[in-house]
Design a protein around this ligand. Structure first.
Ligand code: PBG
Length: 327
């Protein structure tokens, strides 16, 4: 035999030496669920180990992440039903606890953290959709100014990166123009470029009480069978000025991460979503999988597919393993 690939795998030293893909803690983003109030730390039933937190509790949680080397966070609001309406008015209200949280968190950590927002109407909408609803239709162009005002309010509150997750056509350009016109040229846009109409968002919608009241999201989120369409979405987001492009979910869409990475010269992010995290957690709780082996393998697959950045509920757990010398 001239070729014996096993020779390169024979020792731990050589396996470490020849590793093709590396995943460092600085590539990870930890999601945080925020609620209004004080002293709240409520576990999300379908996401064991994840909590809805009031701002000061979130700051404590973020402090421990920062101690482990995680500085990137994506924040989501859980809003009480009484504050929701058709136009997502609360999303830009000066009383909005989510906006205040950005200001407080930035005041606490300064440049030790970078904060990413979520732009979509669903957490604030009485219809539970990402866009404005009329009858059975999710209106596109009428939604754009609402999203742009939401994004502007987030930038004013101190957000570093705006994350439009709504999948309306033309929203990246519309938001970019609005930010620029108001002097926020340095606030970035991480676009949810290829966001699929996925069953894997279920636990997240429990966390935020943000499920659609009627219908589904298939007229704006992508069909799971489509790949070329992801390239079209990417062309548009690139042309409209997105700084980074995201694929979501991650694990069932590794081929999409790969194809965007091969075709575009801006950073690619992947969102390892709630359902992916919950299915792994459930299997580990049942003793069917070993968390400390399966979790890093899962994140590595996403990195290997081409993700520069991974948003994952396991960011802190991964960082803890790195600190403990287990990775
Ligand atoms: C809101 C939004 C969703 C997620 C991120 N932003 C849910 C949805 O589109 O219904 C899902 C994240 C996750 O499942 O972890 N538009």
């Amino acid at each position: 035999m001239e070729r014996r690939p096993r020779r390169n795998r024979a020792t731990a030293f050589s396996r470490g030496f020849l590793k093709e893909t590396h995943l460092s803690v600085s590539n990870l983003v930890q999601p945080i669920f925020l609620v209004d109030g004080k002293g709240i730390r409520d576990e999300v039933k379908s996401m064991p180990g994840n909590f809805r937190m009031s701002t000061e509790e979130a700051i404590k949680e973020m402090q421990s992440c920062v101690g482990l080397g995680i500085g990137s966070f994506i924040l989501f609001p859980a809003v009480v039903e009484e504050l929701k309406d058709k136009h997502a008015t609360y999303s830009k209200s000066p009383d909005n606890f989510y906006l205040k949280a950005f200001t407080e968190i930035k005041a606490h950590f300064g440049d030790l953290v970078q904060l990413i927002t979520d732009v979509a109407m669903d957490p604030y909408s009485s219809d539970g959709h990402d866009g404005l609803v009329e009858g059975d239709t999710i209106l596109n162009d009428e939604t754009l100014p609402i999203l742009a005002e939401m994004a502007l309010a987030q930038a004013k509150a101190g957000a570093d990166i705006i994350g439009p997750s709504d999948m309306m056509d033309g929203r990246v350009g519309y938001i970019r123009d609005t930010l620029d016109e108001n002097g926020y040229t340095d606030v970035g846009i991480l676009s949810y470029t290829a966001k699929y109409a996925s069953a894997f968002y279920g636990p997240f919608r429990d966390a935020l009480d943000s499920a659609p009241k009627k219908g589904d999201k298939k007229t704006y989120q992508m069909d799971p069978s489509n790949k070329r369409e992801a390239l079209l979405e990417a062309d548009l987001d690139f042309a409209e000025g997105a700084d980074m492009m995201m694929v979501k979910p991650a694990l069932p869409y590794l081929d999409i991460i790969h194809v965007l990475k091969e075709n575009y010269d801006i950073p690619i992010a992947a969102y390892n979503v709630s359902g992916e995290c919950s299915m792994l957690t459930a299997a580990c709780q049942n003793g069917w999988l070993d968390f400390e082996k399966a979790m890093p393998e899962m994140l590595m697959s996403i990195r290997r597919a081409g993700a520069d950045v991974i948003i994952t509920y396991f960011a802190k757990a991964y960082a803890q393993m790195v600190k403990d010398g287990k990775i």
